[in-house]
Design a protein around this ligand. Structure first.
Ligand code: SF4
Length: 475
């Protein structure tokens, strides 16, 4: 049995309701299915709740624009008279969305290119992203996956779920599965339960996570039954998606409380958005309010180069300035990692202000958030090999082809070449007496890579056993 107080009815007072819905009975308002069935998406429907601008009306009537749907609950957070309301800008299109911009792409993170089976993105060594639906409770104007999200014809079939799960089953390096979409929390409860049960049955899957904006768009979906269901699959983590402190309502706080009492650790991912949250002071308020409801700020994303998002993008320097204004100025719990998700598909790249001013052998000069400059004296007798015997007790997980700079530091490689590097530098010339395949040993650094012995060991005399022979029993 879950430690969630499952018997409690969802009777928290309703604070967040636009006048248009004042007569809706509380039980209906707090019913997530009613909220989904009564979403707004046309000029007429939205015009009953919000004073739409001409630009918004044009965009809402345009053909081929990314889907619009807004739950009555989330629409109630919008200031009906303020076209620059930060909640409004996230979900109501303007005609600026139709303006193309340099470098925009349909699939800017090359997710579909990096999917071994439809809907499964295997980008990092030990984890996968599993897209389980293309549907959401409401639709964000900057959505990275607008190429498929909102389009029911693009949604994933049972056969594709099977292929995703089979890939995970046969790939033991995957220890962490993140369910996303679309939003997994709008799936039929039984279907989500079935997917989680199948993942939990895979012995090498240690962690299951969900990325969901439902607690923000539709907090009433976080029912006691939902919390009981996910608590069967621990360790189960969740990242929600709040961009502005206006979204942190009593309803969201109550939903977060239900989840954390069910043992689900909560993080937040937000996207840095022009005119919405591109301010040190607003971000500080956001992250502090998140921590108050026990949600740890996890990532702050640079807005992707995705079609339709041009007017919501900021410079990267704005993100660095925001981290400068958070780190040290508020608790470390409140500081997210600011990342640029690499266009073309390289994954998240953390970006932050530089706190290391200079270095010499034995000294590092650092600065703090106030500009105080200090020196850390490093030990000159530090032995990084002392840990090796402990390290040998932990089996390394394979990272084929993805060792990166760590591989250079650990001596697996001496350099990383871009594809075609050697051919470019051969300059079209033929092999000759100084440059041929047979001479490849000339460029093999001693002690680097698994086929090369450690040069220090080469320099040591081989230990002898009692019989005077060497102790290499393998021969
Ligand atoms: S909730 Fe997520 S997947 Fe859905 S529209 Fe927003 S960003 Fe896209």
């Amino acid at each position: 049995m879950s430690n969630q107080k499952a018997a409690q009815p969802m009777t928290e007072p309703v604070y967040t309701r636009a006048p248009y819905w004042q007569d809706v009975p509380d039980a209906q308002w707090m019913d997530w299915r009613w909220q989904m069935a009564n979403r707004l998406n046309t000029v007429d429907e939205l015009g009953k709740v919000i004073n739409l601008t001409d630009s918004e009306k044009r965009a809402l009537s345009a053909k081929g624009l990314f889907r619009v749907d807004i739950t009555p609950y989330f629409a109630s957070l919008i200031d009906p008279d303020d076209p620059s309301c930060p909640v409004r800008l996230q979900v109501i299109p303007t005609d600026r969305e139709m303006v193309p911009f340099a470098s925009m792409m349909e699939d800017s993170l090359a997710e579909d290119k990096h999917s071994p089976v439809p809907g499964l993105v295997h980008r990092y060594p030990d984890r996968v992203l599993m897209l389980v639906t293309t549907q959401c409770a409401s639709y964000c104007r900057y959505c990275t996956r607008s190429r498929i999200v909102g389009d029911p014809t693009q949604t994933f079939s049972r056969k594709e779920f099977d292929a995703q799960i089979e890939y995970i089953e046969k790939t033991p390096q995957i220890r962490d599965v993140l369910l996303s979409g679309g939003d997994p929390m709008v799936l039929a409860p039984k279907l989500l339960d079935m997917i989680l049960a199948r993942l939990r049955a895979i012995p090498h899957v240690e962690i299951i996570r969900i990325g969901s904006r439902v607690p923000v768009f539709l907090p009433m979906r976080v029912t006691p039954e939902f919390c009981d269901m996910v608590s069967k699959y621990h360790p189960f983590w969740m990242n929600i998606h709040v961009n502005h402190h206006k979204e942190i309502t009593p309803e969201l706080a109550a939903a977060a409380d239900r989840l954390t009492r069910a043992g689900v650790p909560l993080g937040n991912q937000s996207v840095l958005l022009a005119g919405i949250n591109d301010s040190v002071h607003l971000q500080r308020r956001l992250v502090q309010d998140l921590v108050k409801i026990r949600v740890r700020p996890y990532y702050l994303y640079q807005c992707d180069l995705v079609e339709g998002s041009g007017h919501l993008r900021t410079s990267v320097s704005k993100g660095i300035e925001i981290i400068e204004g958070l780190r040290g100025h508020t608790s470390g719990y409140s500081v997210p990692t600011y990342v640029v998700d690499a266009p073309g598909g390289g994954g998240k790249i953390p970006v932050q202000p530089n706190y290391v001013i200079s270095q010499s052998p034995g000294k590092v000069v650092l600065r703090n958030f106030e500009g105080f400059i200090t020196t850390y004296t490093e030990p000159l007798d530090y032995d990084p090999d002392m840990i090796k015997h402990q390290e040998a007790l932990v089996a390394p997980r394979p990272e084929p082809g993805q060792e990166g700079v760590l591989g250079l530091l650990e001596g697996q490689k001496m350099f990383i070449e871009p594809a075609g590097f050697s051919d470019v530098h051969a300059r079209g010339g033929a092999e000759h007496r100084l440059r041929s395949g047979e001479l490849a040993h000339k460029w093999q650094p001693l002690g680097v890579g698994s086929i090369n012995p450690d040069p220090l060991k080469l320099a040591e005399p081989a230990p002898a056993d009692e019989n005077g022979s060497d102790n290499n029993d393998d021969a």
